[in-house]
Design a protein. Structure first.
Length: 270
């Protein structure tokens, strides 16, 4: 695979919200020259304005066509933004989309180009994201390597061949961080209900979720084994897991939640 230093030409980033900004930060941290980057963002954050002062080109009047366009606008705004994006895309341009739900066919219709559809997640902001990507048939090996290098700047990357998997990917890893944050919220709330001071309950819940995630990251053991290692027969953890793993417990809730997010991802493409 390519590195950011091997990428040629101009890279345009359309949309510099949380995810777009996280990707841009990752590119610059790994040595991409700011002058190589064009950012299209009608409401730039103070952070983007600071980067503009360091050399990135912010909202230039005539930027294209560019070699690579990364589309990070909200999917609901994509078709409206098409008129502004289309001049950035030439016959040989690579278009990398990180929009939830937007299919390769939709992206080709709105802006053209050789399309890679990708779904990152918010831990990209600290370089610990996971992105799943799928390439259209017309994407060359060199373009796929470019897309991989851009996406890998914020964490790990997995490639799939079947685009229909992307809706479930969105539901599991794209939306997944919100489920983990909700777990921390509700664990703290349950601690308060059990009598703990709010500040202590929040601290215990957040550090437990964060530490357990890091343990899972560093361990070679699967999550099920790590869970079993914490659970003594007849102990306190077992009592809690009897509730969480019961008939109407976490398993069924998570299946329903992921199914709902998958369905919504499919709706966004319409």
């Amino acid at each position: 695979m390519s590195s950011l230093q091997n990428i040629t030409g101009t890279i345009a980033l359309a949309g510099a919200g949380k995810m777009g900004s996280a990707m841009l930060t990752g590119w610059l941290a790994q040595g991409l020259i700011p002058g190589r980057v064009v950012v299209i963002e009608p409401a730039p954050s103070p952070e983007i304005l600071t980067l503009a002062a360091k050399g990135i080109r912010l909202n230039p009047k005539d930027a294209g066509p560019v070699e690579t366009l990364v589309v990070a606008v909200k999917p609901q705004s994509f078709r409206e933004a098409g008129n502004a994006l289309r001049p950035l895309v030439g016959n040989a341009s690579l278009v990398v989309s990180i929009m939830a739900g937007m299919t390769i066919a939709s992206i080709e219709q709105v802006c053209g180009g050789a399309v890679v559809r990708a779904m990152p997640n918010t831990p990209a902001a600290i370089g610990r994201g996971i992105t799943v990507a799928v390439a259209a048939k017309g994407v060359s090996a060199a373009q796929r390597a470019t897309a991989d290098a851009l996406l890998r700047a914020t964490g790990s990357v997995e490639w799939v061949q079947d685009e229909t998997l992307m809706d479930a990917v969105t539901a599991v890893s794209g939306s997944g961080p919100a489920y983990i944050f909700l777990l921390a919220e509700e664990l703290a709330r349950a601690g308060i209900e059990a009598g703990l001071p709010a500040e202590l309950a929040t601290k215990l819940a957040c550090e437990t979720v964060a530490g357990s995630g890091e343990l899972l990251h560093r361990s070679d053991l699967p999550a099920a084994t790590l869970r079993q290692n914490v659970t003594s027969p007849g102990g306190t953890t077992a009592a809690a897991l009897d509730v969480l793993m019961g008939k109407d417990g976490l398993q069924q809730l998570m299946i329903r939640a992921v199914a709902a997010a998958t369905a919504r991802s499919k709706e966004l493409a319409k």
